[in-house]
Ligand binder design. Sequence first.
Ligand SMILES: [Zn+2]
Ligand SMILES: [Zn+2]
Length: 132
Amino acid sequence: MKYRLMDVLACPECKGFPLELIVLSERELEGVEAPEGFRCEEFCGLERKFVKELEAEPNCKACFAREVVEGILYCPSCGRWFPIIDELPRLFPDRIREEIMKKEELAFLREHANELPAKITQEGRPYNLSST
Ligand SMILES: [Zn+2]
Ligand SMILES: [Zn+2]
């Protein structure tokens, strides 16, 4: 998932924005650049700040060229967490997660438990490691 997406992703359940990004691993993309004149509009994923709070123009060359391989998107508004696995953010609603993804997502959480805050591992919604 490119850092660029932090400018547009919102929580699928409560529409909270921006989401909080926790990076577990990432890589640089060779030869990838933002289109000429492109600029993130509201939120800079690299700086974790709103664009209007930045002291300079956002570095969108970098936000296009950095790919999060594994990580977590956390919604501070409702306490939900969403995994980024194999570079793909999985922003699905609770119903689908409970039915199809729960086992895999909890395994991902367990695998990275010591790299993540308790608000996710112990209190994160829709499920966490204390509820299993
Ligand atoms: Zn940008
Ligand atoms: Zn939310």
